[in-house]
Design a protein around this ligand. Structure first.
Ligand code: GDG
Length: 464
């Protein structure tokens, strides 16, 4: 079988230590190990004068090829266009999106430079799989350099509706470069629908049968591939994690009380301030829970150099302080806000210990935390998932208590229902969700995408 070349913004090089590798990194590494290949992308480091050639790390049968970024490229490509333009725009936050030509030029420059550096490493029959919004123009840059291999793309974030995308000054070029791929994968049918809308109404393209799209002089496949988690591993580790000191400490400390858990990168798309306010509303509306139910929010810092991320951090500190000040007692605090990360195994034990998983993003491509919470539950006594309807995961996890995260009363009522839900209903809902989590496991997601990519005829689906 042909080799696989994975391209992503960050590369999980095993020699950098296993602790950093998340579920996605493990799944992609496994795909590479099956047939051998290359994982190419940014090293995660900046340097004043980055070397021109990628640093190669061989861990048979995989080659990890990484490039450093200059301070300027890091600022314009990563902190700038990727995380201050595309990220907010794709999450429907036009109010936070910064449209800046210099950053856009930096984004294109890094994509071009990366494509030029990868070009000599590509063999004729390699299949390429590019990931996420940082690298949308990557395939068109490779095509310009004469690469005719199969190239697939997976977008981990939502794809916004046409009206939102049109606010991006370079929307045309971006959409055109998406069409340079042979297969484009989205998280949900909503994202695919939004892409179709743009193709038909803005690009003058056509939707053909069998999930094919024709636009900008190319034909490609655009489909839904909901991403998942390593279900069995999660189930196993969550049971073992109950013996971990951190988890035992938590269980002991809880005594007769119940915990609601939130776990998110500290990001405005995750709706954490709205969640804190909804929790306050819950205590106000259902005072019998005061002194008995706490929200434990784990939120490791993310993209700390971007101003909007600094602002949200300050907002959350003030909110948690306010709510704890008003409602807290000597021996009970309503919100435990932990601004740091925990090892993955410990996290699964936390999920299993907490009676409610509160996952309320304002917008999310999928949201793996929702699926991880479900997979980590004790089957005999599962907790309840309260899930935003704006998370991609809501399409599959319809047995969760679905909420509108903007509606504090709605979230407060769902929390009350979750805390008081009888065991039988908890089990029924959990079994239904668990079946869905199994259906879209990380392995299945990867295998399905690669099978479709490998079925693309040599030279692509055709031009025109
Ligand atoms: C993007 C899309 C899409 C969090 N805190 C800790 C920790 N985490 C882990 C979680 C989970 C992962 O980070 C977060 O994944 P999400 O899916 O929830 O969100 P994003 O980071 O925004 O991911 C998203 C995803 O890509 C995949 O396509 O679902 O929509 O935005 O796995 O467990 N892990 C550890 N300690 C922590 O404190 N170890």
């Amino acid at each position: 079988m042909s080799r696989l070349v994975v391209v992503s913004n960050r590369v999980a090089v095993p020699t950098d230590g296993p602790a950093k590798a998340g579920g996605l990194a493990v799944a992609l590494r496994e795909a590479l190990q099956e047939n051998g290949g290359i994982w190419f992308g940014w090293s995660g480091k900046t340097s004043p004068k980055p070397q021109d050639e990628p640093t190669m790390t061989e861990v048979e049968p995989v080659t990890y090829a990484t490039l450093d970024l200059s301070r300027r490229d890091h600022q314009e490509y990563y902190n700038g266009f990727a995380n201050r333009t595309l990220w907010p725009l794709f999450h429907y936050r036009l109010d936070l999106a910064d449209f800046n030509r210099q950053d856009y030029a930096g984004y294109l420059r890094v994509n071009t430079h990366f494509a030029e550096r990868l070009r000599p490493l590509i063999r004729e029959d390699d299949d390429l799989w590019v990931h996420d919004y940082h690298l949308i123009p990557f395939a068109s840059e490779l095509r310009r350099l004469g690469v005719e291999n199969r190239i697939g793309f997976f977008l981990h974030t939502p794809f916004p509706t046409m009206e939102v995308l049109l606010a991006l000054p370079s929307h045309d070029r971006l959409a055109r470069s998406l069409c340079a791929y042979d297969v484009v994968g989205f998280q949900t049918v909503n994202d695919l629908r939004a892409f179709h809308e743009y193709i038909v109404h803005e690009a003058g393209g056509e939707i053909l049968g069998d999930n094919m799209v024709r636009a900008f002089g190319r034909t490609l496949k655009a489909e839904v591939y909901p991403i998942g988690i390593e279900v069995e591993t999660m189930q196993r580790t969550s049971a073992h994690a109950m013996q971990e000191p951190a988890v035992r400490r938590l269980v002991k400390h809880m005594a007769e009380r119940s915990l609601v858990i939130g776990v998110d990168r500290l990001d405005y798309s995750k709706g954490i301030p709205e969640r804190f306010r909804s929790f306050e509303r819950f205590l106000e509306k259902f005072p019998t829970h005061q002194g008995k139910v706490s929200l434990m929010q784990i939120a490791p810092v993310s993209r700390g150099e971007v101003p909007e991320y600094k602002n949200i951090r300050e907002e959350l500190e003030a909110l948690a302080g306010h709510i704890n000040g008003v409602y807290g007692e000597l021996d009970w605090m309503p919100i435990r806000y932990l601004n740091k990360g925990y090892p993955r195994d410990t996290l699964t034990g936390f999920y299993r210990t907490c009676r409610v998983g509160l996952v309320t993003p304002l917008r999310d491509g999928m949201n793996l935390v929702a699926k991880e919470y479900v997979a980590s539950q004790n089957p005999h006594e599962p907790g309840v998932l309260v899930l935003s309807r704006f998370a991609g995961a809501a399409r599959e996890l319809d047995a969760a208590l679905q909420v509108n995260p903007y509606d504090q009363d709605n979230v407060a009522e769902a929390l009350n229902r979750a805390i008081t839900m009888p065991l039988e209903e908890r089990r029924e809902r959990w079994e239904s969700m668990m079946a869905k989590v199994h259906d879209s496991s990380l392995d299945k997601w990867r295998e399905r995408f690669l099978a479709v990519l490998r079925s693309v005829p040599p030279g692509g689906f055709g031009h025109g």
